[in-house]
Design a protein around this ligand. Structure first.
Ligand SMILES: Nc1ncnc2c1ncn2[C@@H]1O[C@H](COP(=O)(O)OP(=O)(O)OP(=O)(O)O)[C@@H](O)[C@H]1O
Ligand SMILES: [Mg+2]
Length: 311
């Protein structure tokens, strides 16, 4: 199937001479939730702004549903909804007017029933007559989402959608985003909350210093890069790792009370059974044991750190 967004060799050098993006190649699949992760200044907003036609690319080419975003800007833009990172709204306008006006900007005929539906979904219906300046930060962000959805786009960009949003509302937003996906909307989001990517995304892209360092199916990523650890809490502290256990990848805690065994999740056998037998043969008794799989956060930090040390 044709990708819904195709990004080819897209680069951006700002007027200051700073290169924010270096030849990005990326395809977004139809109907997926794609999470773009990266540290501050990595180039996430720049990339989104280019796709949405707010910033011009210095090089490369992008199509949205087969439509070239430069040659056929209006058509491409009408397919896209954008919730920008920076909130900008007309302070004195009411919620309902703001959202209805956005729809009009895209040349769509008025559809009060549709606007009501999205305002209700975003728990904004009760606030429809409030002026923007009278809303809390989280409510303003929800209005931005309503605006982005007002013209019924098939691709939605959410640039840090849940920054400054409380936990409960964040969960509601995740629900809503999933609901949109079920209705066939493709979603690309950036986030600093790794938990958000872990919870929501089908695929994950990691961008660092203007380069896409990784694009992977979320589950595969966690499987491939995931290290597992087995923590063994000892009955009696040890001074050192016994020589007989040298073949195992073990570390001893400073207080000598805990051995940690590291293994890859994609290894055929974990070797745990053998290790436990070896411990028992040495007369080392355990108080407790726990295994732990590295989270997406740990994977992400190690990727980004590894790269910046090289660069
Ligand atoms: N208009 C501009 N002129 C010059 N440099 C810019 C401009 N906009 C962004 N940059 C630079 O480009 C780089 C990428 O910025 P961008 O906003 O895309 O990062 P980001 O990944 O979205 O970061 P954050 O997580 O903080 O939102 C940064 O170094 C930034 O300073
Ligand atoms: Mg940004």
């Amino acid at each position: 199937m044709q990708p819904i967004i195709k990004i080819e060799e897209v680069g951006k050098t700002y007027a200051s001479g700073f290169t924010a993006l270096k030849a990005i190649d990326l395809e977004i699949h139809r109907g997926e939730i794609f999470a773009l992760l990266g540290p501050n200044g990595a180039g996430k907003t720049t990339l989104i702004s280019i796709i949405c036609g707010i910033v011009n690319a210095t090089s490369g080419r992008i199509t949205a549903d087969g439509v070239d975003i430069v040659d056929n800007y209006r058509k491409a833009r009408s397919l896209i909804g954008l919730v920008p990172q920076e909130l900008t709204t007309d302070a004195f306008e009411s919620v309902l007017n703001t959202v209805s006006f956005s729809r009009g900007l895209f040349g769509k005929p008025a559809d009060p029933a549709y606007i009501e539906k999205i305002l209700r979904q975003l728990s904004l219906w009760d606030k429809r007559n409030s002026k923007m300046l009278a809303l809390s930060g989280g409510m303003k962000r929800r209005v931005m989402i309503a605006k982005a959805l007002s013209h019924e786009p098939s691709i939605l960009f959410l640039d840090e959608p849940t920054a400054g949003v409380d936990v409960e509302l964040r969960r509601d937003m995740w629900e809503m985003v999933r609901g949109l996906r079920e209705n066939g909307v493709t979603i690309i989001l950036t986030t600093h909350y790794i938990e958000e990517a872990e919870e929501m995304a089908d695929r994950i892209g990691v961008i660092n210093r203007g380069e896409l360092v990784l694009v992977e199916d979320k589950h595969r990523l966690m499987q491939q890069l995931g290290q597992k650890q087995l923590h063994l809490h000892l009955q009696t502290p040890l001074n050192e790792v016994p020589a007989a256990l040298a073949p195992y990848n073990l570390t001893l805690s400073e207080d000598g009370e805990q051995l940690t065994y590291h293994f890859d999740t994609h290894q055929e056998t974990s070797g745990i059974a053998k290790l436990l037998r070896a411990l028992s043969d040495l007369g080392i008794d355990l108080k407790d044991l726990q295994s732990k799989q590295s989270s997406l956060e740990e994977i992400f930090v190690s990727l980004v750190q590894g790269r910046s040390e090289q660069g």
